[in-house]
Design a protein around this ligand. Structure first.
Ligand code: URA
Length: 204
């Protein structure tokens, strides 16, 4: 069994918090394990709980649409959530539930090692930048450890508040550029042997 399959099996059998009591299925994540982009939402809703797959309801339809506009499909990216089991009546996850589930997300990050983490909504955003405002931070790529984090509003927020939809569209439109920026930063660093020559020419 691969390390990823082992992780999925631990998630589907997890009883670390009370959310496991009410689940039909745990929802570990879906998509490509080689993805450049990892989307992190909040937690499964009704349809996700039924199917064991993240973002398959209305918010998922909007996410699929936004991906298609930039030429991507769900199979090109990896999608997961902060908590892997549905909170009752879609309430916000409690701090203890987020904490119990956090090691799974850490392992997913390590295994998939994406170039860009897209946080959808405030729960995943504050996982990386606690106490900060999503409204002020969305659309601005920021480094967190070795990762680039690109905060966005949650698609469900754009469904509830149509005024946010163009903002989300703009952020999706910027995503390919953010990935290119990360690739350039990683490959554009000068080769170590080039440095002495550059330094010399500065004093010529
Ligand atoms: N909202 C989320 O945050 N995640 C899902 O998987 C579905 C809706």
């Amino acid at each position: 069994m691969s390390q990823y399959d082992l992780l999925v099996s631990r998630i589907t059998n997890c009883t670390s918090c009370g959310l496991s009591d009410g689940r039909t299925n745990a929802v570990p994540g879906s998509g490509s394990l080689d993805a450049d982009i990892m989307f992190i939402g909040e937690g499964p809703g009704f349809h996700e709980d039924r199917q064991g797959v993240p973002f398959v309801g209305q918010a998922g339809n909007l996410l699929n649409h936004m991906l298609s506009v930039i030429g991507l499909s769900r199979e090109d990216v990896y999608i997961t959530n902060m908590v892997k089991c549905r909170p009752p009546n879609n309430r916000d996850p409690f701090p203890g539930e987020l904490e119990a589930c956090a090691p799974y997300l850490d392992e997913q990050l390590e295994l998939i090692n994406p170039k860009v983490i897209v946080t959808l909504g405030r729960f995943s955003f504050t996982r990386f930048f606690p106490g900060q405002s999503i409204g002020r931070s969305r659309g601005k790529p920021r480094k967190w450890r070795e990762y680039m984090v690109f905060p966005m509003y949650h698609p469900a927020a754009a469904l509830h508040n149509p005024g946010l939809r163009p903002v989300l569209e703009d952020d999706f439109a910027a995503l390919p550029g953010v990935i290119e920026q990360v690739i350039e930063q990683r490959t554009g660093e000068p080769e170590p042997e080039e440095q002495p020559a550059q330094q010399l020419s500065m004093f010529e």
